[in-house]
Design a protein around this ligand. Structure first.
Ligand SMILES: Cc1cc2nc3c(=O)[nH]c(=O)nc-3n(C[C@H](O)[C@H](O)[C@H](O)COP(=O)(O)OP(=O)(O)OC[C@H]3O[C@@H](n4cnc5c(N)ncnc54)[C@H](O)[C@@H]3O)c2cc1C
Ligand SMILES: *[C@@H]1O[C@H](CO)[C@@H](O)[C@H](O)[C@H]1NC(C)=O
Ligand SMILES: *[C@@H]1O[C@H](CO)[C@@H](O)[C@H](O)[C@H]1NC(C)=O
Ligand SMILES: *[C@@H]1O[C@H](CO)[C@@H](O)[C@H](O)[C@H]1NC(C)=O
Ligand SMILES: *[C@@H]1O[C@H](CO)[C@@H](O)[C@H](O)[C@H]1NC(C)=O
Ligand SMILES: *[C@@H]1O[C@H](CO)[C@@H](O)[C@H](O)[C@H]1NC(C)=O
Ligand SMILES: *[C@@H]1O[C@H](CO)[C@@H](O)[C@H](O)[C@H]1NC(C)=O
Ligand SMILES: *[C@@H]1O[C@H](CO)[C@@H](O)[C@H](O)[C@H]1NC(C)=O
Ligand SMILES: *[C@@H]1O[C@H](CO)[C@@H](O)[C@H](O)[C@H]1NC(C)=O
Ligand SMILES: *[C@@H]1O[C@H](CO)[C@@H](O)[C@H](O)[C@H]1NC(C)=O
Ligand SMILES: *[C@@H]1O[C@H](CO)[C@@H](O)[C@H](O)[C@H]1NC(C)=O
Ligand SMILES: *[C@@H]1O[C@H](CO)[C@@H](O)[C@H](O)[C@H]1NC(C)=O
Ligand SMILES: CC(=O)N[C@H]1CO[C@H](CO)[C@@H](O)[C@@H]1O
Length: 481
């Protein structure tokens, strides 16, 4: 095997010397898979390998289960760079017949000697990060449930419990190592490629493949947690408490939640639930007093280390087809209750859908979560100001069969459009759409400030003039032309 550096240089010369020709998917991917296998052997999983199915179906939404031509599992940035450049370039991402670039085996986590930051590779999940940080009395702004991946949240925003004080996950990234579309590896931080640094904070997968993140480590050894569930009769009080919490959650105490109302198709039960977390050891956590005052069916308060909390929060994997659909609004409990009621009665229209698991999620966006980006000298692509709090209302729906996909898409999108229009008329609507809560039929970039999107496109055209990620990486939300 030639030295990696030599390979990168040779291939880069190739890429800059000519336009990209998108190869025929079948022949291109076959050719790429053969070349990758010749160079990397064991790092390439072919469709006949015993591990192929496990890797190709490692998703929480079984709609993502496809049949890539092969799966390339690099272990370092140099191998990622080479993959991008292997001529002919080929459609990648997770598509039938393409090359699936799986970064799962890039799993390094290194805590800086002064305990103030850590480096994390993209194959990690947030639970791995919290596990590595906890022995040092450290915590970080990442995913709220156990298995959420690191790279997505660092590139699309990232809702954690403690955002009201520490900002979104992307605001906590101090540096990104990026492989650009021509295979060049760059360090991206506030002084090195600062325009790209800004653009990556919300720019998703439009710019390059990130092979390392340097992230702020927070000295938070303990958190005060609460798990509460309620009867259906508590829904009005629960929604009231949610709207109050969204509007009254200033950064003097770091606190946040996962708030949802689930319908159980088998029992017909409606179950409101709260997962609440507050920085420190005051128990029960005072910020959730308005929830704690509602008679509950379960109220479990604890003071825990971050890893003790996160290791119990397993989201489902490979259970059903899952669709998110969401819009953003100002906190208004009267209106939120009407949106909830409409969702509940619309469940009748899909009651015959097999394996139906509908959840009405309320994701709070305290105004102060935007303060960090306004004051850290970097900002982010969302361009929010810190004067208005919001609530994202999200229909999260699971079901069993592909034959119901179109029906469920229409069910959610019609309802979403209707209530967004109502909110617009009441001047409650925000056009902001969080990528992590959005359906694939939504366009989150359309809700960013227009001048930010124009700037993001200009930056993309500088760093990816060949359009590698625009044309060859088909998944995710794209900036467009
Ligand atoms: C059960 C569940 C719980 C959730 N909880 C939260 C939560 O607490 N907070 C929150 O903010 N969101 C949450 N989400 C939504 C979450 O933001 C998205 O699912 C997000 O895509 C997860 O990131 P990932 O790295 O796991 O995903 P991936 O699907 O792997 O990545 C997301 C996007 O980033 C791109 N990407 C991945 N790796 C790289 C890389 N190395 N370089 C460049 N681009 C890359 C991918 O191409 C894709 O477009 C949740 C979702 C689910 C299903
Ligand atoms: C791509 O090809 C076109 C037409 O052949 C040419 O005008 C253009 O400069 C080329 N672009 C690059 C980046 O080489
Ligand atoms: C791609 O190549 C395959 C195999 O040669 C061929 O069957 C197929 O028709 C080609 N597809 C296109 C779109 O050219
Ligand atoms: C990825 O890592 C796992 C666990 O270390 C290992 O078993 C597997 O062989 C690796 N996969 C590849 C393709 O190298
Ligand atoms: C799988 O297929 C590849 C390429 O077609 C071949 O080289 C390899 O020997 C096969 N491996 C197994 C385990 O059959
Ligand atoms: C970092 O944390 C570890 C574990 O708590 C501690 O032993 C070490 O002294 C800390 N280092 C610094 C520079 O504070
Ligand atoms: C940014 O990265 C460069 C190159 O690695 C480094 O020299 C510089 O110190 C970094 N700047 C910041 C603010 O971290
Ligand atoms: C619905 O309720 C039943 C009975 O309590 C329970 O076994 C099942 O897990 C619940 N389903 C969901 C999706 O929560
Ligand atoms: C509880 O709700 C009231 C409004 O009913 C609000 O003023 C108060 O700040 C809330 N308390 C907490 C702890 O959020
Ligand atoms: C919840 O409902 C059950 C069944 O109707 C009832 O027994 C219980 O008292 C209710 N609990 C609360 C806190 O309202
Ligand atoms: C809240 O929403 C209701 C409609 O559901 C509306 O009548 C009321 O004016 C709204 N309140 C505010 C403060 O906008
Ligand atoms: C790769 O692309 C970047 C961004 O356009 C550019 O600065 C760099 O010179 C290119 N590298 C090579 C080797 O062409
Ligand atoms: C028509 C159809 O495909 N039905 C399937 C829906 O999903 C359930 C649960 O996976 C299957 O048992 C049905 O056969």
């Amino acid at each position: 095997m030639p030295s990696k550096l030599a390979l990168v240089l040779a291939a880069a010369t190739f890429a800059s010397a000519q336009n990209i020709t998108v190869a025929n998917l079948t022949t291109g991917a076959n050719c790429a898979c053969t070349e990758l296998a010749a160079t990397y052997g064991d790092l390439v999983i072919t469709s006949n390998a015993s591990t192929y199915t496990a890797e190709a179906t490692d998703y929480w939404d079984i709609r993502a289960d496809l049949l890539p031509g092969c799966i390339f599992m690099p272990t370092d940035a140099d191998q990622v760079a080479v993959k991008i450049l292997t001529p002919p370039q080929f459609p990648g991402s997770n598509i039938n017949g393409g090359v699936l670039l799986a970064l799962n085996n890039m799993t390094t986590i290194t805590i800086a000697a002064d305990n103030s930051t850590f480096d994390v590779s993209p194959g990690n999940r947030w639970v791995d990060v919290y596990e590595a940080l906890t022995p040092y009395g450290l915590y970080a702004i990442g995913g709220r449930l156990k298995t959420i991946g690191v790279p997505g949240l660092e590139l699309i925003g990232g809702f954690h419990y403690l955002i009201n004080k520490y900002g979104y996950a992307m605001d906590n990234v101090l540096s990104y190592d990026v492989v650009l579309g021509n295979g060049t590896q760059v360090v991206v931080n506030s002084t090195s490629n600062p325009d790209l640094f800004w653009a990556l904070k919300g720019g998703a997968n439009n710019y390059g493949i990130v092979t390392k993140f340097t992230v702020i480590a927070l000295p938070i050894p303990y958190i005060s947690t609460t798990i509460q569930t309620f009867n259906e009769s508590a829904v009005p009080a629960f929604i009231d408490a949610t709207a109050n919490f969204a509007a009254n959650n200033p950064p003097d105490i770091a606190a946040g939640s996962v708030i949802s109302i689930t319908y159980n198709q088998t029992t017909g039960e409606i179950v409101p639930s709260l997962l609440g977390v507050q920085e420190g050891t005051e128990s029960p956590p005072s910020r959730f007093a308005n929830f704690s005052a509602i008679p509950s069916t379960l109220a479990l308060n604890n003071v825990l280390t971050p890893i003790e909390w996160h290791s119990q929060l397993d989201p489902p994997n490979q259970m059903f087809r899952v669709q998110f659909a969401s819009k953003t609004m100002k906190p208004n409990s009267t209106q939120l209750y009407q949106i909830y009621e409409a969702w509940k009665s619309a469940l009748e229209d899909v009651s015959d859908v097999e394996g139906l698991v509908p959840t009405f999620v309320m994701n709070t966006m305290p105004a102060s979560a935007a303060s960090v980006a306004m004051t850290n000298g970097v900002g982010n692509t969302w361009g929010l100001d810190d004067t208005q709090s919001y609530i994202i209302f999200q229909y999260s729906t699971g079901w069993a069969n592909a034959s119901d996909d179109l029906r469920m898409l229409n069910w959610a999108s019609k309802m979403l459009d209707y209530w967004h229009l109502q909110n617009q008329e009441l001047e409650l609507a925000s056009e902001f759409v969080y990528m992590g809560d959005a359906g694939d039929f939504q366009d989150p970039f359309a809700g960013f400030p227009l001048e930010n999107v124009q700037k993001m496109r200009e930056i993309r055209d500088v760093y990816d003039p060949l359009g590698t990620f625009k044309r060859l990486n088909w998944g995710g939300f794209k900036l467009g032309n």
